[in-house]
Design a protein around this ligand. Structure first.
Ligand SMILES: Cc1ncc(COP(=O)(O)O)c(C=O)c1O
Length: 397
């Protein structure tokens, strides 16, 4: 009998999706499980897409994306990060951050190779590695003095002759951790020393709360690297411009990898949709004001949820510096999927189970706070009551 390939079979089902599918069959759920804002894409982006469609952007484009969009991305990096990227050879536009990740992993790993992944992490990277018949080695972020850190000793110990890639996310989904300059330099030195590719997922770079200036990006690792380094930065329009459904992203990489990734795009999606790419240009050209107010709002949301969580029994949560998630550890919660399922069924609050994010994630839940106060406030109150009653009645240890 013909069978589904074992490489496909071994990829675990997303436990966030599994929870979401239960929630989607229910009425009145406060949905904080997915990683997206519940506000729509700004109108100026929709208008640009409509103009592009009517203006003829309905045909195939270059595999690496429209040259005008690649130039706009290079300009953005010059302006925001003071780095020079060649739009002709070091940028590949993709149909989403997920697809950028996919093509990056396919161009760096052979079957049987090993990839180090800093966890807890949004699980798609690890699943794409497994789908590529390669092996994931998870290295957990330790919590040191109420801040997540990189465990360089554990990284050293995890390297083998088959290791070819290190993947990390900063600002992190789900931790909100933002790599310091020192950590970026050490990650770069580590991969240089071991001859590895370094894949930096920077899709949340515009959403950070450390800088006094809202919207200022978390510094890209591209500032520290040379264009000869074996570095790939994955980016997306989804988070900064609220374009999750549009499927638009890009990667910036060393010229040889970028060239191959552009070629491989042909066999994956050929290219990102033409009018979506034009909408992306509008986002880069006109998005700053909207982005600034969104970051201010997100910071307020983060603080509201942090304060609520810190008042709940048995909950510990470090202050996140970026992205739009909180990842509280809930003492006695045990199986985080079961915890989230019960919370959903009894209170109609939908959170993502920590177990979905790999080693170090069990015992925590992820809360996406990119939602209005009218959703966040009752969600926090219901969670508080659920925990309090659970502890009183011995349902939670
Ligand atoms: C860390 C991280 N990287 C990449 C992505 C991909 O975003 P998209 O495929 O919507 O561009 C996401 C989405 O949740 C993410 O959280």
């Amino acid at each position: 009998m013909a069978r589904v390939a074992s490489s496909a079979e071994q990829v675990p089902y997303s436990r966030i999706r599994e929870l979401a599918e239960i929630a989607m069959g229910m009425e009145g759920v406060l949905r904080l499980y997915f990683g997206e804002s519940n506000l729509p894409t700004p109108d100026y982006i929709k208008d640009a897409a409509e103009r592009a469609m009517r203006g003829g952007y309905t045909f195939y484009t270059e595999n690496a994306g429209l040259p005008s969009l690649r130039r706009a991305i290079a300009d953005l990096y010059r302006r925001l990060h003071q780095v020079e990227i060649d739009p002709g050879g070091e940028i590949v536009v993709t149909a989403s951050g997920v697809q950028a990740l996919h093509v990056a992993i396919r161009t760096t790993l052979n079957p049987g190779d090993e990839a180090l992944v800093l966890t807890p992490a949004w699980p798609n990277g690890a699943s794409i590695i497994a789908l590529s018949n390669a092996i994931v080695r998870e290295v957990p972020h330790p919590l040191r003095d109420s801040r997540y850190a990189v465990d360089f000793d554990a990284l050293e110990a995890a390297v083998s002759p088959r290791t070819r890639l290190l993947v990390y996310i900063s600002p992190s989904n789900p931790l909100g951790w933002v790599a310091t300059r020192g950590e970026q330099q050490q990650l770069l030195d580590f991969t240089r020393r071991h001859g590895l590719w370094l894949l930096a997922d920077e899709v949340y770079d515009r959403l950070q709360y450390v800088s006094a200036k809202p919207g200022e990006p978390a510094p890209s690792i591209l500032r520290l690297a040379s264009r000869e380094d074996a570095l790939i930065v994955v980016q997306s329009f989804s988070k900064a411009y609220r374009m999750t459904g549009w499927r638009l992203g890009y990667l910036i990489a060393r010229r040889d990898l970028a060239e191959k990734a552009g070629q491989l795009n042909e066999f994956i999606v050929s290219h990102a949709p033409s009018f979506t790419q034009k909408a992306g240009e509008a986002a880069l050209a006109m998005g700053e004001d909207d982005l600034t107010s969104m970051v201010l709002q997100l910071r307020e949301n983060r603080d509201l949820c942090l304060e609520a969580l810190r008042g709940m029994p048995g909950v510990t949560v470090p202050e996140p510096d970026g992205a739009f998630y909180l990842f509280p550890r809930i003492e006695g919660a045990g199986d985080s999927f079961e915890f989230c399922r019960r919370l959903l069924e009894e209170t109609r609050v939908g959170l993502a189970p920590g177990v979905a994010f790999g080693a170090g994630g069990e015992g925590s839940v992820r809360i996406c706070y990119a939602a209005e106060r009218a959703i966040l406030e009752p969600a926090m109150e219901r969670l508080r009551r659920f925990l309090q009653e659970g502890r009183e009645f011995g349902m939670i240890a």
